[in-house]
Design a protein around this ligand. Structure first.
Ligand SMILES: *Cc1c(COP(=O)(O)O)cnc(C)c1O
Length: 664
């Protein structure tokens, strides 16, 4: 094909990759194939590429409904290996004397299959597990492999101390971290009662201030850890009890998602000094535990903003190892074994939520064309004039005129002086005005705040079949950004700009901040829906912290889960190992004390009454009850193959509530 040089270049999959900044956050696990579909490369090898659109079609053909959470267990394995091998390599390169003993903090994702995969992938590296509560410790004690560490953090009671020491009796290397001074006597008592010498970790409350959203996890006001006087008091207490040789570890944690590498180095430096001073005092600490905090570049910008990190894995590991080595050399103490508790880094990439878009609320769309007609109310005529006279030089003035006309129309309507047709015209014209202002804004010299605010409301809203509160709690709670993009049609330019809304009846159930195009923006480029064709979006990097923090707001339950494994011998290069059904209506209702049988009885009583009153035939009564009961077994999400388009309510300078809402 010949291209005329004046013709715009056709859109390519490369353009999509750039637009969604796939290279930035996808880390080569995610790419686009020549068909224009999302391609997953769980081992980062192009020959092992899985067509995600084909996987979704396959799963739907098996009768599994969207939304579905896909887990790529191979990605988990790959992350575990990468972390361990990077530490091994850097340790060898530096001729560092200690070893690396990583642990996975299961709070980040406790699902058994996730923990199992990590334990299995980490077997060659004696990769351990960390627990922060009684429940987690129960799982960790059972799952941990011989030779690997078990680290027990979090506030503990005597029972939990005993549980930890039972682990020691089972031959596991359990390190109990003292988070506050009163825990030490509890641990020593449990040790005496069970006849076990505990392995003790001391958590130090560092002075170094963190960076990123969780920066207040350190410092004197932090929730966990011992201050310097408390560390000394603990050591004195242990020395006088003849147990100071039980102190095996110094622990610190600067908070999750540390965005700045300098923070990590500063914290490691401070902690290594403490380690060295204790060592010089004769406390033979073997492990320095640097906690979690190894971040994930959610927006792919490689910067120190909250959703990114200004370092990569190699820099992190290099920073940790070199800093410890340097301080140990100065202090002339042995180099300790290094422990990290990286959770987010290991699990974020392995799961992807797939949702279907089942409709759009198109900015400014109207199902009826409103032509100019004789006899229109004065306010309609004036609104038309505002639009006709719009130029880049009078945007603000025109917008304010438009707002005034709209208010005037509203007042007239309330008083009964405006027809429904003319009210519709004013609303529609006001939308047109806003869209036109939005289009002209880049040409304006100065754009006041209220116009910027207005412009945010004139994008489309894509209705997505999921609940933000169940599947992406951090998006709602702390404004966490997750990469989001279509799974197909990537060889086609996405011409719409949209926000995403979920199916809860909550105006917070909305995503209006996106990370793409190398900066976070208020709208996501998406394709126009072809009537009736499915449109799938993937929400990526959501494997960390989302699984058990989600709730059943509006009674949308846990989503279906599908575990995908790469396998070059299978058609499509993958097989599905496991399908975990999401909650059905009955299960969600049960979790809040409704019994399906009782509910059916009540509905039956109402139906019987209607039959008795002659409003229903007996057969209709039975059918009604059958239909009611059959919903109990269904998925809580909407079952919508088609799509609908709906016009949005006009922006009014404040927030534009969508006209179409699910439910009441
Ligand atoms: C949460 C937590 C971690 C995990 O942090 P990530 O940033 O996910 O790696 C590690 N250690 C402790 C003590 C924690 O509380």
């Amino acid at each position: 094909m010949h291209y005329n040089i004046w013709m715009p270049k056709p859109w390519t999959v490369e353009d999509s990759a750039k637009l969604y900044n796939l290279r930035g956050w996808g880390l080569k696990y995610f790419g686009v194939n020549e068909k224009g579909n999302m391609a997953v490369q769980p081992n980062r090898e192009p020959q092992g590429s899985i067509d995600m659109k084909a996987v979704v079609d396959d799963v739907l053909a098996r009768g599994i409904k969207l939304p579905v959470l896909f887990r790529f267990q191979d990605i988990l394995r790959h992350r575990v290996k990468l972390l361990n091998e990077t530490f091994s390599k850097v340790i060898a390169d530096h001729k560092y004397k200690g070893r690396y003993f990583g642990v996975y903090p299961i709070k980040v994702n406790q699902l058994r299959e996730v923990v199992e995969e990590i334990v299995d992938a980490g077997q060659d590296y004696q990769f351990g597990l960390e627990a922060g509560s009684k429940g987690e410790l129960m799982a960790v004690l059972a799952m941990n492999q011989p030779g690997a560490l078990v680290i027990v953090n979090g506030y503990k009671d005597e029972r939990m101390m005993r549980l930890a020491l039972l682990g020691t009796k089972l031959g596991k290397r359990v390190l109990v971290v003292i988070e506050k001074p009163s825990e030490l006597p509890l641990l020593l008592k449990a040790g005496r009662d069970l006849g076990v010498r505990p392995l003790i970790g001391l958590r130090s409350k560092l002075q170094t201030q963190g960076s990123g959203k969780w920066k207040y996890s350190t410092g004197q006001a932090a929730k966990f850890g011992l201050t310097t006087p408390e560390v000394l008091a603990a050591v004195l207490e242990l020395e006088s009890a003849g147990l100071s040789d039980c102190v095996k570890m110094l622990h610190f944690h600067v908070g999750s998602q540390v965005t700045d590498i300098q923070t990590i180095k500063d914290a490691v430096r401070e902690a290594t000094r403490t380690y060295a001073k204790l060592r010089q005092r004769g406390i033979s600490i073997e492990y320095l535990d640097c906690g979690g905090g190894l971040g994930v570049d959610y927006d792919g910008t490689n910067t120190a903003v909250d959703s990114s990190t200004n370092y990569n894995l190699k820099e992190y590991v290099g920073g940790v190892v070199a800093t410890i080595q340097e301080v140990c050399a100065q202090e002339k103490v042995p180099e300790p074994n290094i422990v990290t508790e990286s959770g987010r880094y290991l699990v974020a990439h392995h799961s992807m939520l797939v949702v279907n878009v089942f409709g759009t609320i198109e900015a400014g769309a109207s199902p009826i064309e409103f032509a100019q007609a004789p006899g229109e109310a004065d306010v309609v005529v004036k609104m038309r004039e505002v639009i006709a006279e719009l130029t880049p030089a009078n945007l603000a003035e025109s917008y304010h005129d438009g707002l005034e006309r709209q208010d005037e129309a509203f007042t007239l309507f309330k008083l009964g002086f405006l027809s429904l047709e003319d009210k519709a015209k004013v609303e529609n014209l006001f939308w047109k005005l806003c869209l036109e202002i939005d289009r002209l804004m880049p040409k304006a010299k100065y754009v006041p705040e209220d116009l910027v605010a207005m412009s945010k409301t004139v994008k489309d809203q894509y209705l997505c079949n999921f609940s933000l509160f169940q599947s992406l709690p951090d998006s709602w709670a702390i404004g966490q950004l997750f990469p989001i993009m279509p799974l197909h049609r990537l060889d086609e330019e996405p011409l719409r700009r949209a926000a995403l809304v979920d199916i809860t009846c909550d105006s917070d159930g909305k995503i209006a901040q996106f990370a793409c195009h190398r900066k976070a923006g208020g709208s996501l480029p998406l394709h126009a829906l072809h009537n009736g064709d499915p449109y799938y979006l993937g929400v990526f990097l959501m494997g960390a912290y989302q699984a058990t923090m989600g709730d059943i707001h509006n009674l949308f339950g846990r989503v279906n889960e599908v575990h995908v494994f790469a396998d070059a011998d299978e058609p499509g290069g993958y097989y599905i190992e496991e399908i975990i059904s999401g909650q059905n209506v009955k299960e969600v209702l049960e979790s809040i004390q409704y019994n399906d049988f009782e509910l059916a009885k009540m509905v039956k009583a109402a139906a019987d009454a209607q039959v008795k009153a002659g409003a229903l035939k007996p057969r209709e009564g039975v059918e009604l009850l059958n239909e009611y009961e059959s919903v109990m077994a269904e998925y809580t999400y909407i079952d919508h193959n088609g799509q609908h388009h709906a016009p949005a309510a006009p922006p009014n300078g404040s927030s534009a509530e969508p006209l179409v809402k699910q439910g009441a």
